[in-house]
Design a protein. Structure first.
Length: 442
């Protein structure tokens, strides 16, 4: 029985995880950061890397070490574990990210070739059906994603991004653009928040189930070996993401210097590709968005369906895939705007709790001695994030808002860190020490 993968298979599994992570948001935010940060692109990229790579890689490791997301969330409470996991899979899956993959790839791969946007609704319908048919074909064999994403689509995506970077490197020559907005005074924290918006920390908690399946398919059967290889795949994916984000941020900085800082990262890429390759640049960029979105869609369909099949096995995995794909196709065509109004605030509540849960898991040798730390820290983080999310939708509580405005980091969207810290202190205060024998990962 194998206990570890070959070097080749480790790289392939890492490429598979990279492909699942790297979707439309991952393409858009680094060029946006580069164009806006100008001469401060270096420190801004450092913040972005921390939240868009560091925490997601830790998330992959945390889920692997805890033997699944629900086991990790059980440290808070059994009811929380079930509710949080279901909401997480739905919000990052069919309620947001899966429908958005079709909509975003359509905007970048099809719309530029439509004359005056004619019959765009019909084209969107036809395109989304075809897009999800391909994604379903790939997702129905989740244990073969290494062969399809790792060997084919992932490397192809990297080659196309390399074409963008090399073309820019050879032909840009415009220096650095002006620094815009928060990137002037707070480049690191601004970059951190940009990375936060990729939502890859939540995706990391989802994807572990499929990565483990592909590792088993390659011959590793012992749980200890699967955990080790899953963590290694996260490291490989993180290195690839670092290289790609750095290249795209540099492309964005060059575009900002030549065309000015645009608020839209996709438009920044479009401007640079048009300058470098003319009409061919539109085709290359469309192919990049299509492959990136298809990879992420396939990964999300697979992981969501596998989880729901494990919870409700009377409904087959195939049926879950078809149901999620069908719902997402309808949402992409008709109700995506409404769904976004509900799911984006929900994600803004879940995301900070996911970060706190991941970070606590890495100090579990200490936190596990205080059983109230997990519920207090995650609970107060959730309450704080819920207030911020409601304010973002226009629902205000004047007295609470006045207090929050005085909290450090509130203005840059990180006030929940203080709630997490307070929760840790209260958790220690309200719990007695566990025995040393319980002081391990459960």
């Amino acid at each position: 029985m194998m206990e570890k993968l070959s070097f080749k298979n480790r790289i392939l599994i890492g490429l598979t995880l990279f492909s699942m992570f790297f979707g439309a948001g991952n393409l858009i935010f680094p060029p946006h950061l580069g164009a806006q940060a100008g001469g401060n692109v270096g420190p801004a990229l450092m913040g972005f890397v921390l939240s868009a790579i560091g925490i997601p890689v830790l998330g992959v490791a945390a889920v692997a070490l805890s033997d699944g997301l629900e086991n990790l969330a059980q440290k808070v409470h059994p009811v929380f574990a079930s509710t949080f996991t279901v909401l997480l899979y739905l919000s990052i899956g069919p309620f947001l990210a899966i429908p958005r993959t079709a909509g975003t790839s359509y905007e970048m791969a099809v719309v530029p070739f439509l004359k005056n946007g004619g019959h765009s609704r019909l084209f969107l319908c036809v395109y989304s059906v075809g897009f999800f048919m391909i994604a379903v074909f790939l997702a129905l064999k989740p244990d073969k994603l290494t062969d399809r994403l790792g060997k084919i689509l992932g490397p192809l995506l990297l080659i196309l991004i390399g074409v963008v970077f090399i073309g820019c490197w050879l032909n840009s020559g415009a220096g650095e653009g002006a620094v815009v907005g928060d990137y002037a005074d707070h480049p690191v924290s601004r970059g951190f928040l940009d990375g936060y918006q990729t939502m890859d920390t939540i995706a990391a908690l989802n994807f572990g189930i499929i990565i483990a399946m592909n590792i088993r398919k390659k011959g590793v059967k012992k749980e200890r070996g699967i955990v080790r290889e899953t963590i290694f795949s996260g490291i490989v994916a993180g290195i690839l993401l670092l290289a790609v984000y750095s290249a795209l941020a540099w492309v964005g900085a060059a575009a900002g210097a030549r065309f000015g800082a645009d608020e839209n990262g996709a438009r920044t890429l479009s401007q640079m590709m048009g300058y470098l390759y003319g009409s061919g640049g539109t085709i290359i960029l469309g192919a990049i968005f299509f492959i990136a979105c298809l990879n992420t869609c396939t990964g999300l369909l697979s992981s969501c369906s596998e989880y729901f099949y494990s919870r409700w096995p009377k409904v087959s995995y195939r049926s879950w895939v078809l149901a999620f794909a069908g719902f997402s196709a309808l949402a992409a065509n008709a109700g995506l705007t409404t769904i976004l109004k509900v799911s984006v605030p929900l994600l803004n509540v879940i995301y900070p709790m996911a970060i706190v849960l991941i970070l606590l898991s890495f100090v579990h040798r200490w936190a596990g001695r205080y059983p109230a730390v997990y519920p207090w820290a995650v609970g107060l983080t959730g309450i704080s994030s819920m207030i911020y999310a409601l304010e973002g939708t226009g629902i205000h509580f004047p007295a609470v808002s006045k207090i929050l405005a005085e909290i450090p980091l509130h203005s840059i969207g990180l006030g929940w860190l203080w709630a997490a810290a307070a929760g840790i202190l209260l958790g220690v205060a309200f719990s007695g020490k566990k025995s040393h024998s319980e002081n391990t990962f459960s």
